[in-house]
Write a protein that binds this ligand. Structure first.
Ligand SMILES: C[S@@+](CC[C@H](N)C(=O)[O-])C[C@H]1O[C@@H](n2cnc3c(N)ncnc32)[C@H](O)[C@@H]1O
Length: 237
């Protein structure tokens, strides 16, 4: 295992600076973070709730963990998790994995909580926590054997641009994994509309719409699974 992880994968002209708490940033020092900085603790409390996931989205934290486990188990090489948040559903898996893992989020607040949750295994041997924007990732294209993006697409206006940014990071044959909330029940649609009005997510999309966007960017062989209002997409680069 290299002791220069993940700096060895940086594109020319990109660098990382230490911002404390086990987090490094690829953002310019003038760019402090993102809206989720203020809401990391509240986000964690709500999203981990079994009742909330069942009642609102007709799914469960176990479904999220199972999808993340599929991604981690899909290969041995470097893994990139884009929009990792607080690593609520992934921390235990990442702690246990021997893969080289880069967790990226725009929000320093979310990353700080992810760092606490994952614990002290940073640096050469452990997951790297990096503040970066998914539309300006600091790595050379094709650097990762697995690229994951859990629960982010429903925040994004331009899903094709997100899917392209993820695919660009994937080595040939690498696994691509993305999940998204979709409006596949009347209650789920109502909540997505309410969250949209509050500025938290974009207007609800159906599963068919998201699948069509994914197949246009990642190819017709995108595999699709859905549990309630959570859609799980898998493909090979
Ligand atoms: C709904 S949370 C999902 C977090 C985590 N993946 C999970 O499943 O619990 C979305 C995350 O995407 C991050 N995010 C939003 N826009 C981003 C961007 N442009 N670049 C990187 N991260 C972004 C937010 O900061 C937030 O942590």
């Amino acid at each position: 295992m290299s002791d220069n992880w993940p700096a060895e994968l940086l594109a020319d002209g990109r660098s990382l600076r230490d911002v404390g708490g086990g987090v490094r940033s690829a953002l310019p020092s003038s760019d402090a973070g993102a809206p989720y900085d203020r809401t990391a603790a509240a986000y964690d409390r709500l999203v981990r709730s079994r009742l909330y996931n069942r009642a609102v989205w007709s799914t469960s934290p176990e479904a999220y963990v199972a999808f993340a486990a599929d991604a981690i188990g899909s290969s041995d090489g470097p893994l990139l998790d884009v929009g990792c948040g607080t690593a609520l559903f992934t921390a235990a898996l990442y702690r246990a994995s021997r893969r080289r893992i880069a967790l990226v989020d725009r929000s320093q607040g979310m990353l700080a909580r992810a760092a606490q949750r994952i614990g002290g295994r940073f640096g050469a041997a452990g997951p790297a926590l990096l503040q970066a924007d998914l539309f300006g990732l600091p790595f050379r294209p094709g650097s990762f054997d697995t690229v994951t993006c859990h629960g982010v697409l429903h925040l994004m206006d331009d899903v094709p641009a997100v899917l392209r940014a993820l695919r660009e990071q994937a080595a040939p044959g690498a696994g691509l994994f993305a999940s998204s909330l979709v409006g596949e029940s009347s209650r789920g649609r109502a909540w997505l509309r309410m969250l949209h009005k509050a500025g938290e997510v974009v207007a609800p999309r159906s599963a068919a719409e998201v699948v069509a966007l994914a197949r246009a960017e990642w190819g017709e062989r995108v595999e699709v699974r859905r549990d309630g209002c959570m859609l799980f997409l898998t493909a090979r680069a």
